[in-house]
Design a protein around this ligand. Sequence first.
Ligand SMILES: *[C@@H]1O[C@H](CO)[C@@H](O)[C@H](O)[C@H]1NC(C)=O
Ligand SMILES: *[C@@H]1O[C@H](CO)[C@@H](O)[C@H](O)[C@H]1NC(C)=O
Length: 356
Amino acid sequence: MARLFFNVLSYLLFAGLPLSSATADTSAAPDVTSALSFSSSKWIWNSATATANAVVGLRKDFTPPFGKFLIATEIIITAVNSLDLYVNGNFIGPGTPPNRGRFAHRYCADLLPSFNVFAVNASTTASGPIAAAVSAGLLATILVTYEDGTTDILTTDSSWRAMVVGSYDVTPWNTVLVNIPADPPALSLAASGAQWVWTDVVPNDDTAVALPRRLVTSLASASITISADNEYTLYVNGVTIGSGTNWSIAQSYTVNFATAPSEVVLAVLVTNTAVSVAGLLVSMQVNMVPSGRTNCIAGTFDQSGALWVSTKGVIPTGFDQPGFDDSAWPAAVGQVNYLQAPWNTLTVAAVAPITI
Ligand SMILES: *[C@@H]1O[C@H](CO)[C@@H](O)[C@H](O)[C@H]1NC(C)=O
Ligand SMILES: *[C@@H]1O[C@H](CO)[C@@H](O)[C@H](O)[C@H]1NC(C)=O
């Protein structure tokens, strides 16, 4: 029996809170978190050619139509590789994982009644023409809410002071997140576009997979939907959360934090019990408090994909603990997206919420 060890470390960074900026009347604040999609947004960058580690500025000015007054915004955003988001000069938050893809933040912020500036500085670790091998880019969808309760959607596109370098869901970026759902924003496997991953040896070896390190402050809860072919045990911050032994039934866990941790480490130990196909599928979100606005849930969304990292053989002690160094682990291999053969559609079973 081959034992397969997946170690998924997620440290989510939300420095610089609180997020709210100077604002107008907030009495008509939106009372639910909205569903947002990347599907109409374009990947943008400052140039068609990327320069590694150069900080680029990307910016969108927005003035509402005559007679309309802005109050708030919800923003979903991701970049290859890192970004810092500002609204009207106020730091809203980072999207700063190493290049581990299929990752996005959701932020909530107040707006000024009329003229507003959405600005991002971003950098990439790759150099060269942005194409199949170089995936630099910024992708965002911005929902703005007016005082009268109506909304508009702004996307990253040619109206930004930036260049469009690709459409959503094309190579080399492919799917990041199909859709971030509404209140409560619980990410489903289907909505997330999660990918079955394994090491570079399929089907039958010993392995581990890890997400990037990111710091988290003021976390409220984590929602994790997971399945593995054949068996997994899931840990959050070193605590055993649950296990599964039937890949056709994914478990959906809600982990509440009794004390807001400064980081979240999600680790998975997986065993392939037969010489056959093998895979791990994970979709997760971490909800953040404060969110920058009342009644608007900010968070970080992530799912298994080819940019997770893995190790195999002797699994190091403490692989499930915060602070574990996975930086030398090789990349996992993305196999197929959720819904595709050989695993197709899974049943998702909700597990009673756990407090750690
Ligand atoms: C954005 O600019 C600030 C200030 O220059 C810098 O500290 C930060 O690293 C930049 N962020 C990114 C993602 O390049
Ligand atoms: C896994 O679950 C499915 C759906 O309930 C069931 O049909 C199948 O027999 C189960 N497989 C095993 C090995 O228990």
